[in-house]
Design a protein around this ligand. Sequence first.
Ligand code: DAH
Length: 341
Amino acid sequence: MQEEVINLKNEALAQIMEVSSFEELETIRVTYLGRSGKFTSLIKRIREVSPEKRKQAGLLVNEAKNTIVKALASQKNHLKESARAWFDPTVPGIKPAMGHLHLVTQAIEEISALFTQLGFVRNRYPEVEWDWYAFETLNMPEGHPARDEWETFFVDAPANPKFGQMVLTPHTSSAQVREMQRVKSPPVRMINIAKCYRRQIDASHVPMFHQFEGLVIDKGISVANLKGTLDYFARNFFGPERKTRLRPFHFQFTEPSFEVDVTCGVCLGRGCKLCKNGWLELGGAGMVHPRVLAAGGINPEKYSGYAFGWGVERTYMMKSGLQIPDIRLIYGSDLRFLKQF
Ligand code: DAH
């Protein structure tokens, strides 16, 4: 009997070491220690053992049973531990935070897509520019008071005898003559969207902002073409029911010159608290001044053109009806603000 007990114990322990699930462990427990298990029947047989050996046999069986109970418990713990470390690839993961394009980049992409559909070509020109392209060729000779409108940053570098001082582009109009020189002979259909720099900072101004500038030159271009393009833009950018109007204004580089207004998105031109008179101001436009055409090497007797230039941030804010109390928020990199767009 002694040998039988030891064999049975070893057999059970070997099986316990092999298991990989709680179910298997339970089966082993039932097989050896269950009501009709192998040890239970062994215990019943103790009675058959001679009285002098009975006590020892009982102790042996008990010891074997206890060893198995302990082994079962420790294997169970072991299984629990490894279940915790187990990696389940089907559990949904933690989503990484996804960024998106900055609202100004989104606006730029939308604006360039709209004008590209009309056949405009987007070109890029230097942001550090000569006075010549920023003012001189735009009919604003040195010392002209109209220059005061553009609070310009001058670069501390030697001036060029012909092109004058270097400046940070105060407006995208500096691309007009550059584009004429590039194309050489019309048609010209340019959209220039770029950074502009002015010495200004308060709740409604930042020293760096964006403008988009359109320039079209060909034979027989008139204000009607300008108006058509502006209306196309207003309908597609702001909404199908929106209209534009031209208000007489003055710029040195256009003649005639206009300020462009668009109907208010809330009252559609009837007048409300937001807009007061039904219209919101978009930006400047006009027919390219003959002197500007001539500066670009284009014969003003033969060709005419229109141009317009507006602020990207401003236009975007008008589209979404956003009333941003402080324009500096746009460039503040505060994700709580930027996430909303
Ligand atoms: N460059 C002007 C500005 O910064 C805007 C402008 C007005 C551009 C009239 C134009 C134009 O092309 O025709 O205020």
